[in-house]
Design a protein around this ligand. Structure first.
Ligand SMILES: [Zn+2]
Length: 639
């Protein structure tokens, strides 16, 4: 399915869903309010519809009329879910509504493919404990309920919950030599009912940690980058979603489609509906509460406490947002001037993605507080379009102003590329059969963001290094390795490729040198002159130690832009007693073996590289026999 949305498109095309057995309504007759939406009501009472929107003002007005779908209208998405009564109400305001199919009912129990918040938290604790050198869990603050010593729901039920710590997982290879050269922050669950987003965040953590030492591009990424992942940046709100589908009456029905946090201290909060409705709930919309352009000059927020987009009583009034901003500031410096038109420099470092759903699949570019372009618009759009090559999402500016939002804060205050990505799906709780595809379609986007997070505004214009291959994949020290790759600038500015280079590093090594300091690769056709060039090099392995090595390749285009690395691994094997892979068993091997033996006696740390006896197969322990094995082969060459 093609989910591309044209940038700046105001007229939303009608998309007919391939739903068997449903007649789509034709053009709306004049007396729309009285037109039945279908001959037979769907069992759910809910329909997929499209609404013709002819201007940004239309979209803003519809967001007021249908506050649940504010984000969809903001993102220019074409399909939403309405009841027959809502369809009548929208038509009575003069809009053309086209019914395109039956929508599923709101789930009447917790869908099996989604974790409860407590399960997500315990999974993260366990996964981190199992990978202590890859994951560091940081408690960056408390939810509103925790700051209050716990929350109690309005009378008469008086349901209590304690509130949560705000947890960010820092994913990196702590054992790598460093320094780290890029930081990427991503969070799910800021809108509580958008429950696919924490599942995606979880899958991203698994992809990274399980990929180290398996996927060469994850290996170097975790050696060089720090990735920060928050499963749920709004745990109080998530408790409210789950409360609706709880185990005790009256909260044992549908999960509540709760969007905001659960701060009920603002005057008027207890006059909001309880149990909540989609149109009336207390709490603060965290995506309107950031300090940057809070209560913005063009509107784009609500000052009504029960509204979906209530901005809160003051900038960053909510502890979740204060903690979010403070934490991101602590890892990424402020790199942009204070003026609305001050561009951030090209060498900005850092990257942020704020996950939401559901739409047709949209990447939202800053600004949101104004429909004008930001001073880094060209770079921000270039990155967004590049991301869309991985997931086929649309790229969109806000159709109408939305102030105090996360992407504007991160770009506006810090100058970094920052996006809302609205996952595709079929509802806030997307159907379980869609979830694996939603996740797998997005993982390459998150991986790309981490890849270019060192210098995103520069890397996005540099060519991709694709199809990096090392052959053979296993060689004796000294034998050549043929390294090949395709340097491709077609998705990065479409300029001719000018050069390529490679570095050979060990997993865990410090980042290789600056662009231009690597070993040159040749154009396979003899000349660098095309936007796509196959490149080749012969890697000399003399002097490389036994074990895994990474060949890291990157390209340069004619505009002077170096792209990000892409890597392939190969193994160097040696004659079993040639420990330093020098092509012969020499005095260095004897010294290394002796040092290892001493280290083993002193520290009791067993290094399998030195376990050589029994013909190199090893006996499971490093001992004197291993040293004697090396000595016995002294003077023997490997080839
Ligand atoms: Zn959202």
């Amino acid at each position: 399915m093609n989910r591309k949305t044209l940038l700046g498109t105001l007229l939303l095309a009608t998309i007919l869903l391939a739903t068997p057995g449903l007649a789509a309504a034709g053009p709306a007759p004049e007396n729309e309010a009285e037109t039945p939406v279908a001959d037979v009501q769907p069992p759910s009472g809910r329909y997929y519809v499209t609404i013709d929107i002819s201007s940004g003002q239309d979209a803003a007005d519809l967001a007021q009329l249908l506050p649940d779908w504010d984000e969809s209208f903001e993102a220019g998405s074409s399909t939403i879910i309405l009841t027959a009564a809502e369809i009548a109400r929208v038509r009575s305001q003069g809009y053309t509504v086209t019914v395109v199919g039956d929508a599923p009912a709101v789930p009447d129990a917790w869908p099996a493919c989604y974790s409860h918040l407590s399960d997500l938290n315990s999974w993260l604790q366990g996964f981190a404990a199992a990978h202590p050198t890859m994951i560091d869990l940081i408690d960056y603050g408390d939810s509103w309920c925790k700051t209050q010593g716990g929350c109690t729901s309005p009378a008469p039920q008086n349901w209590s919950w304690p509130g949560d710590d705000l947890i960010v997982a820092r994913i990196t290879n702590e054992l790598a030599d460093g320094p780290k050269t890029g930081r990427f922050f991503v969070d799910g669950g800021i809108h509580a009912r958008e429950i696919p987003t924490p599942e995606l965040a979880k899958a991203f953590i698994e992809l990274l940690v399980n990929g180290y030492g398996v996927d060469p591009n994850v290996t170097w990424l975790l050696d060089e980058r720090e990735v920060y992942v928050v499963l749920s940046s709004n745990p109080d709100g998530r408790r409210m979603v789950e409360l609706g589908a709880g185990t005790e009456p009256p909260y044992s029905g549908n999960p509540w489609y709760w969007r905001k946090n659960s701060n009920y201290s603002v005057a008027g909060s207890l006059a909001c509906a309880w149990p909540p409705t989609s149109g009336s709930q207390f709490g603060i919309d965290m995506n309107r509460n950031h300090v940057f352009k809070w209560e913005g000059p063009n509107g784009g927020y609500s000052d009504y406490v029960c509204a979906q987009t209530f901005r809160g009583p003051s900038p960053a009034s909510e502890p979740e947002i204060q903690a979010y901003e403070d934490f991101v500031r602590s890892i990424i410096p402020d790199q942009r001037g204070p003026g609305d038109n001050d561009p951030a420099p090209a060498d900005v470092t850092g990257f942020l993605i704020n996950l939401h759903n559901y739409t047709d699949g949209v990447i939202l570019v800053p600004w949101g507080w104004t429909t004008a372009n930001s001073p880094n618009n060209a770079q921000l759009e270039a990155i967004a379009y590049k991301m869309s090559t991985y997931n086929s999402y649309g790229v969109q500016h806000a159709l109408y102003p939305v102030s105090g939002n996360t992407r504007d804060w991160a770009y506006g205050e810090l100058g970094i590329p920052a996006y809302v990505i609205e996952l595709y799906g079929d509802d806030f709780f997307s159907n379980c059969n869609l979830l694996p595809g939603i996740i797998s379609n997005m993982l390459p986007v998150l991986k790309y963001a981490a890849t270019i997070s060192d210098r995103p505004y520069m890397r996005v214009y540099g060519p991709d290094a694709r199809s990096v291959a090392a052959s053979p994949t296993s060689v004796a020290s000294g034998a050549p390795v043929n390294l090949t790759a395709q340097i491709n600038d077609t998705q990065n500015g479409n300029q001719p490729v000018a050069a390529a280079e490679y570095f050979v590093v060990r997993p865990g090594d410090a980042p290789p040198g600056d662009p231009g300091t690597g070993t040159p690769m040749a154009a396979a056709d003899g000349t660098f002159n095309s936007t796509i060039e196959n490149v080749v090099a012969t890697v000399a392995t003399t002097g490389l130690g036994r074990g895994t090595h990474l060949a890291m390749v990157r390209g340069l285009d004619s505009g002077g832009n170096w792209g990000p690395f892409s890597a392939q691994s190969f193994e160097v094997t040696c004659f079993f007693a040639d420990i330093n892979c020098s092509s012969q068993v020499d005095v260095t091997d004897i010294m290394l073996a002796a040092e290892a033996l001493q280290s083993y006696w002193t520290n009791g740390v067993y290094d399998p590289i030195f376990d050589l006896n029994n013909g190199g197969a090893g006996d499971g322990a490093f001992d004197l026999l291993d040293v004697q094995t090396v000595a016995a082969n002294f003077g023997v060459t490997t080839r």
